[in-house]
Design a protein around this ligand. Structure first.
Ligand code: AMP
Length: 294
């Protein structure tokens, strides 16, 4: 395994793999502090592709001022050890200056979708995401890129980006990996105390309960959202930021629920830490992975 810091080196390695060796490249973009959620993507990339590249880059443009960019967990030594175990071929870990040199001025904005849900709560976030993904795709030119359903809106936006800009990469979205408690794995969980982690399990519980109510026949989005809010109110240490009940492909807000795939997306504060999670109604029957089985 090689750790690459320079974009030029990454480009030329990837070009050589494609041209001379005619091998497929899989890219797993991450911000590091790797956990089982990330590793499930790496495992799938390893299964599908000849060469696996994992990028580790805490992308400043997707953090708003006052968010946790500076304190975001970073541990490249530990990440490298994990990725070595997973037989990854290359880690691409550039510096901020390498990606955003002096004079950098071009951003990618996926209109409409980027303003909803997380985009409303975190203006500019998806512009940063779409920009870094475009840059990474252009450097690595992966045949396949792997993302997690944990960030459902991000996945929808990246699919749109790839389609609109005719990028030559197939986007694959893997199920959310959870702790046995149901809490979705996230690098930000490391900010939480044990008690807060326990309190945060209400997020998944509320989503599962909403899904059960839907399955029992509830088709009114407003009532489903009310029930979800009520579940959150049973846990005083967690404050719901928003709940969105939307078309899973277009993110269009729904009032009446039908048999199309529907996304229930939530963000919630546990103390000062903001977590997101979601569940899909009428989705394909892909099972979520819990850490024990991952
Ligand atoms: P991040 O490092 O948070 O930017 O995440 C990198 C990739 O890992 C994104 O595609 C995320 O959606 C994915 N990911 C993060 N957490 C999970 C999880 N619990 N299960 C599955 N994928 C995840």
């Amino acid at each position: 395994m090689e750790i690459i810091n320079r974009r030029q080196r990454m480009s030329s390695v990837a070009r050589k793999i494609r041209r001379e060796q005619d091998q497929t490249i899989g890219l797993v973009p991450t911000m590091g502090a790797l956990h089982e959620g990330h590793l499930s993507l790496v495992r799938e990339a390893r299964r599908m592709c000849d060469i696996v590249v994992v990028s580790v880059f805490v992308n400043p443009t997707q953090f708003a001022p006052g968010e946790d960019f500076e304190r975001y967990p970073r541990d490249l030594t530990k990440d490298t050890a994990l990725l070595t175990d997973y037989n990854v071929d290359y880690i691409f870990a550039p510096t901020v200056e390498e990606i955003y040199p002096k004079g950098f001025a071009t951003y990618v904005n996926v209109g409409g979708l980027s303003k909803l849900l997380e985009g409303e709560a975190r203006p500019g976030h998806f512009r940063g995401v779409a920009t870094i993904v475009t840059i990474l795709f252009n450097i690595v030119r992966p045949d396949f890129a792997f993302f997690g359903q944990k960030d459902a809106q991000q996945a929808v936006i990246i699919r749109r980006l790839v389609k609109d800009l005719s990028l030559d990469t197939e986007v694959l979205v893997m199920p959310t990996v959870r702790e046995d408690s149901g809490l979705a794995m996230s690098s930000r969980n490391s900010y939480l105390s044990a008690e807060e982690q326990e309190a945060a399990t209400v997020i998944h519980r509320a989503l599962v309960k909403a899904k059960e109510t839907f399955k029992a026949g509830e088709r009114h989005a407003g009532r489903l959202a009310d029930q979800l809010r009520a579940t959150f109110e049973t846990e005083p240490r967690v404050r719901l930021d928003y709940v969105g009940i939307v078309d899973a492909d277009t993110l269009e807000r729904l009032d009446k629920l039908d048999d199309r795939p529907i996304l229930i997306a939530v963000a919630a504060f546990v103390g000062k830490i903001r977590l997101i999670d979601n569940i899909v109604l009428n989705g394909a029957k892909k099972k979520e992975i819990s850490s024990a089985k991952a």
